[in-house]
Ligand binder design. Sequence first.
Ligand code: GLN
Length: 297
Amino acid sequence: MVREGLVALNEFMDIESALAMAADRLQASSDSARLDAELLLSRALDVNRSYFFAHPEDTLDPDASKRFLSLVARRESGEPMSYITGEREFWSMNLMVSPATLVPRPETEILVERALMLIGRSAMLRILDLGTGSGAIALAIARERPLCEIVATDLSAGALAIARQNARQLDIANVSFAFGDWVDPVKGQQFDLIVSNPPYIADTDAALTQLRHEPRSALSAGDDGLDAIRRIAATAGDVLAVSGRLLLEHGSTQRDAVAALLQKNGWSQIECFNDYAGLPRVTSATRPNSASRMPRG
Ligand code: GLN
């Protein structure tokens, strides 16, 4: 069924009117409706956005209209722009994404910044990224610190395939990928730094409805959203070198709960950093020493 407002978007419509109408339709589902409309039309017409400024009065042929309509409908249903275009910019890298991967968020760049502050420019460290998804964090660190060796794990084969493609496309060779659950695939190895943006939304959080196009396993983690962080707090110390650090992204309301969890597992020097919106987003901690993890009594 053709949606009412879009009936008018027929073969006689010119570019500017098509954009105005699509932007209007996308208003409810996007906070960048006009930009989305332009990106979708540039995709439907296979032209650069600058074309629209030069040719606002060009009329769309029926095939182009149809392609544009179908892209607008997908966006209107809440599908992220990145899945429609197949790409997302992160740390100035153009990353491929798919419905198997979370769409990298700008706030995750805080985690990358914090990691880079801990790694000297000429350091030759081993770094582990847990639940890498599209590879965003691992690839950003690898690119900025070419002498470091990064291992990135994920429990999604689909995500790892995308991450590997991204590494190849960006010509980043100092990252390797391992399939498996959190630290499982690297048991017995040692790293100097562990980073992760794990799922941290509560299973019952209404926000998940809005995020329904993204993989559940990358977003939600138990009743309190802390199941993945609990696992990491309990196991990351096993593959971390003495005085190594852990950097974790988490929800803006989870600062104290994350700190308590880390403390319980013997982590020390726990510190939280805010994201660009001023919300607590990334917590850093130093490896639990074996004494603090010995059973008591
Ligand atoms: N920051 C993401 C969001 O709220 C969640 C990402 C995650 O769970 N790791 O949309």
